[in-house]
Design a protein around this ligand. Sequence first.
Ligand SMILES: Nc1ncnc2c1ncn2[C@@H]1O[C@H](COP(=O)(O)OP(=O)(O)OP(=O)(O)O)[C@@H](O)[C@H]1O
Length: 886
Amino acid sequence: MPYLTTPADIRSLIAQLTTYPILWLDTEVADWQTPNPKLSLIQVLFNSDDRTGEFAYILDVLDRPDLIQNFVVEIMCNEAIEKVFHNAAYDLKFLGGDWAQNVTCTFKIVRRMSKRKLGISNRKLKTLAKELCHFTDIDIEEQTSDWGRRPLSQKQLHYARMDTVYLAHVHQYLLQLNSPKPAVLTPPDTVNKPTANPSSFSVTQVRVAFECARLFYLGHHFGGMTMFLPPGKVLGIGSAFHDLSNQFVKTARQDAQFANLFNSPVDQLKVEPIATQMQALFYDRVFFPYLQSVIQTEPSRAPALLQLWNGLKGLIRRWATLLVSNRQVCSAEEVIEKTFLVQELSVQHQFLLPNGTQQQIRGRFDSLVYDFANHRLCVVEYKTYQSLDQSAQLAQVALYSYMLRERIGVPIDSAVYTALPDWKELTFTWNELETTVHHLIPHKLQQMQQWLTWQQGQPNPPPPAAQAHLCDSCPQRQKCQTFFPDIPTNRSVYDSVSKPIAAPPSTVIQPPRQNPIQSTKSPSSVPEPAPSNESDRMGERLVETLQSFGIETAYQGAALAPAFIRVKLKPNPGVKVNSILRLSDDLRVQLGLTYPPLIAPQAGYVSVDLPRPDRQLATFDRYIPLQAQPATAPVQIAIGVDLEGQLVEADLSDPNTCHFLVGGTTGSGKSEFLRSLLLSLLVRHSPDYLKIGLVDPKRVTFPEFEQIPWLYTPVVKDSDRAIALMNELVAEMDRRYQQFEQAKCPDLATYNQHQAPMPRIVCIFDEYADFMAEKETRSALELNIKRLGAMARAAGIHLIIATQRPEAKVVTPLIRSNLPGRVALRTASEADSAIILGGRQIEAAYLLGKGDLLYQAGAHLLRLQSLFAPSMDDTLSQLIAPRSSS
Ligand SMILES: Nc1ncnc2c1ncn2[C@@H]1O[C@H](COP(=O)(O)OP(=O)(O)OP(=O)(O)O)[C@@H](O)[C@H]1O
C-alpha cells in the first residue's frame, strides 16, 4: 500500500494511472465539518481483485492544490478512464465538479434497486461490502478521523485504502447483477459461488498460496490478514521499515551531502566510514524527526521503532557497500542516481499454464538497483520480519525478477532485506531464480485456480500449510478450523501440497560409516535419537518438490546429524542421479536454504543433506572424557561427530592423516575446530609425552593456551618466530632421526617402546596465509613445510596448517602435496573448497558454518560436526591444577 507524499511521486503515479481503463476512487477530507473543508487524501485502486488493499495507492494532497489540479486534468477530465466513486457527488466537489468525465456512482446504481431484493439493510458502502461481498472486520472507527493532522497513523491509512477495495468489489457485484447474462458471470458471493480463473492474482497471493493454500483461499474469498505473524513480533512497526527504506533512497537522491560522501578518489573510499556517515545523515534528516512525531502522537510505538533502527543501519551499510563499489565506474554526483534506478515499480505478466490456459499476475516491488561490478540489476523487497517460510518468500521475489525480465529482456537478481529480529539479506541470482519460475509458478497458478473453485461440502479442499508450524502463527487460524473442519488435524500436511524445492552441486560425499581406516570411533560416542517425524516430513516434502520438477523418487528414511538431516532417496527406475544433482540451486530456492543442499550418490540411494531447524551442539565433554593415556598410546585428534552420533578421530601416526590442511572462512568455526582438536590432545597426553607448538598471528585463537605446560615454545605471533619455529622443528626432526639410527629403530613408535620416550610434537599453525605475502617468508616456510611434510611423521612431529584464505597462491601445490589430511569447514568460494579438498570438490562452499565440516579420510569424504568446548577454561584448569599442585 504505497502512501505517496512527495510531489514527484504523486505526479509520476498520476502519469502512470492514465494508462488504466478504470479506477476505483475515494477521498478523505480534512475540516469537513467546517465551512472550509479541504482535500486531504485521494485513494486510487486499479485492480478489482484486490481484497487487502495491496494495490491501493494513497496520494497525500493536503494543502497541495497544484497536485489536485494535476489529478483533475490528467485523470478526472480524461474521458478514456472510467472513474468509480460510491458517492460521486461528494467527491467531485473536490475533484473537478462538472469538468469530470466518465464517472460512475455505485450509490446511484444501488438506489435504483430494491433494498429488499438485494438483501441489504442500508446503502452505505461498508454495509454493501459486508452484506453483498462478505467482507468482515470492517473498520468504521476512523470514519470521523482528523484527516488534517500529520503524520497519519497506520490505522488511518488502512482505513483509507480499504474504502477503494470495498468499492471495487461492490461495483463488480452490481455489474454482474445487472449483466444481461448473469448466469455466466460469477457474482463475488464467493462462499457459495467461488470465482474461477480470476482475472489477475497478485504476487502476494502467490506467495500466500505457497505458504498455505487455505490461507490463500480464505484471504481471496473473505479478505483479512494473510501474513503469518512471526513469534515475538514487535508491535507498532506497521510498514515503517518499508516506508523508511524508500525514504532513505529519496533523501540520498535529493540531499547533496550524501553525494559529497563519495567525493574522495575511488581508492580512498572506505565502506565503514561512509556507512556510518550515511546512517548519521539519515538519522538527523528523517529518522529522528519521524521518531519525535511518533513519540508525540503514539509514544508506545517508540521502542519498536528504535529496534527497527538497527535494521535500517544494516540496510544503509548494505547500500554503502554497493555505492562504494559502483563509484568505481560512476562519478560522485551520479553514483546514487545510477545505483537506485526505480522505487515501487508495478509489473504484470500473463503466464501460460500447463493446462493451456493463461493467468495474469500483477505486483509491485520495492526497489530496483544496479550493481556495476556484476553488471546486474537487482529487485529488492523490504520486509519487516524474516519470513517463516523462506521458499514462499523466494517465490515472490523470483516472480518480480521474472516479470521484469520479460519486460526489459535482461537477467535480474533478487534480494530480500529484513529488519527484525536482526538485519538480514537473502540474495538470489537470476540463474537460481529462473528455473524456479519456469518449473513451479505455472503449476502453482493452476493449483490456485483449482483451489478457488472448491466449495464447502465438496471433496479435496485446498490443503493445509506445508509447514505445520506455520499454523501456530496463522492470522486466520480460527476461521480456518471452522471452515475446513472435515480434515483430521493430524493428517500429513504434505498430502496434497506440492511445494517446490531445489538441488545441490555435484559431490562425492561417501557414506560416513564406511572408512574407518584412519578414523576411530570413541567408545564414549553418543548415538543421536532416531529420525523424528519432522525428518520424515522434510523427506516427503523433498520427494514432492522433486516431483514438481518431474523427478520421481522414493523416500527411504533419514538420519540425523547434529547440524543436518540426511534424507535418503531412491530414484525411480529410469531416473538419472544427475537429474537430481542438477537441481541443487532449485532446491535451495524452493526450500529457502541459505546454501544449496549437498547431494551425493551413495550405495543404493541418493543422499540430500538439509539443515536441521533444531541444530544441536556436539559438546566436547559429551564425547571426550579427561583420561590420561600411556606414552605409547596412539595420538589421535578429534575431528567431529558423524551421522550416527559417533566421534571421528584421526590417528597422527597414520601416513594419511599425519599432517593436516584445514581451511574455513570467517564464521566457519575454524578457530573452535582447532581449539577442540588441541584440547582432545591435551586431555589424553601428559606434557611429558606431548609437546605443542602454536602459531597464532591474530592472537585470538589460542589465548587460553598461552601458559600450558605442553608448549614446545611460547605461542608464536610473528613471521620471524614462525620461521624460527619451523627451523627448530626441522632440526629436531634431524636430531631424532640420528637417535633412531643409533637405536636401530625405524620410527618414534618403535623407539618409545625401547627407550626413554620422546614426546610427539604437534604444531598448529593458524592463519598461515598471513605469512605468505612476503616472498622470503613464503620460501622459508614452504621449504620447511615440505621437509617436515615428507619426513616428520616417523619422527613424531606433526603439522596442522590452517588458513581462512586457501587461495592457490597461498596453499601452493608443494604445501598441499605434503599435507595429506584435509578438513574443510565452510569456505568462501567453491575454488577455496577445491583447493582444500582437491579435485573438483566444491561442496565446502555450501556447508552451514559453525563447525559443519568435510573431512577427507583417504578416498572418503565425511561430513561431520566439530566438537564445541564452551567450558574450555574449566577443562584446562582441571588439567593443569593437579600438575601445578604436585
Ligand atoms: N563446533 C561448533 N559448534 C557450535 N558452534 C560453533 C562451533 N564452532 C564454531 N561455532 C560458533 O561459530 C562462530 C564462529 O566460530 P569461530 O570463531 O571458530 O569461526 P572462525 O572460522 O574462526 O571465524 P573468525 O575468523 O571470524 O573467528 C562462533 O559463534 C562459534 O561459537
